[in-house]
Design a protein around this ligand. Sequence first.
Ligand code: PGA
Length: 249
Amino acid sequence: MRTPLIVANWKMNKSIRDTETFVQDLLPLLSGVTEVEVAVCPSFVSLPALRGALSGSGIRVGAQNLFWEMKGAYTGEISPLMLVDAGCSYVILGHSERRQIMGENDAIINRKVRAALDAGITPILCVGETLQERENHMAREVVKEQLSRDLKDVSFAPGGMVIAYEPVWAIGTGVNASSDDAQEMTGFIRSCLARLYRREQAESIRILYGGSVKPENIAEFMAEEDIDGALVGGASLQADSFAGIVRFK
Ligand code: PGA
């Protein structure tokens, strides 16, 4: 049984004040929710405020990035140990915005995945094809390559990793993948994981869908066999829409 996981990716949004207001609004909306795991990934500077505001709620705190060394002369970077110290359970890695805008390649992402696991933080590894790759019928090949490179030398750790299938063309566009297409790709991702690890291990890994998830479309995704939750950008910025997604049933 894979527990559903809904993750908010706030990207570069919200002040410390906004973070506290969001939590005040969110907590009553989620009271009584026990069957879904929830995590919120704010900017680094809002992590302490978020942790404080969420304390005792069961909602987890995550980060949107890390550097692969534990400490040292790396001006401007944040280490996995600092994230542990700040109470992070999760870290989003390999997001297409970091791949495309910050130039992160699979070798970098692989180092980050390994560093997160070494520190005891669960990576949420994002993979997904561009529109052009989809139109050229290369979606499976692209995702398979990303998985094998990003997970190179990464041994299986129970509950230790989450994969997010995020087709790049669906992120922030309002155009979500159809639930059929998302199932086709998440099922394929699970088969890739079964080749990298063992079948029963692959069955235990949670695979999220991300890309224009909203309260109106979450139920369709959650009804699919291989979709275990969602990574939510835009619709996670308002407490009511995020709560609507968490309460997908
Ligand atoms: P979106 O973003 O929900 O705004 O499409 C998803 C993501 O980037 O993780």
